[in-house]
Ligand binder design. Structure first.
Ligand SMILES: [Zn+2]
Length: 121
């Protein structure tokens, strides 16, 4: 089964065969991902545990993981921020607001993972 990349209330603005980046708090995606691994892109109404299929979330396509970059949020490279798969989040202020929606709180010194994937569908 493909791994689900959950996104809360936002869009996937990257075209097929283009690179998308999503910023996640912590290192889970770096530790538990493999290059070449397929992921499903899901738009979720709210933060949830369990399967997106069962929650009635919106399926938005798929991708293949090509890599990741782990750093403190304040050192997130602008070049990666520019590839954010949700265009609205290509702005650090907006990105922080979205991270707060997903994780409750976020600060510049938090470790984040920029998960980098190729959209395939
Ligand atoms: Zn979901």
């Amino acid at each position: 089964m493909k791994k689900a990349l959950k996104n809360i209330g936002h869009t996937f603005d990257v075209e097929k065969n283009e690179i998308g980046v999503t910023i996640r708090k912590g290192t889970k995606w770096a530790e538990q991902s493999a290059v070449g691994e397929s992921i499903e892109l899901w738009n979720c109404e709210k933060n949830h545990v369990g399967l997106c299929e069962e929650m009635g979330c919106e399926y938005c396509g798929s991708g293949v993981i090509v890599g990741w970059h782990v750093c403190h949020l304040k050192y997130l490279p602008v070049s990666l921020l520019k590839l954010e798969h949700n265009k609205e989040a290509r702005n650090m202020k907006v990105l922080k607001e979205m991270l707060e929606t997903g994780y409750g709180s976020i600060s510049d010194s938090n470790t984040v993972t920029a998960l980098i994937y190729l959209r395939t569908e």
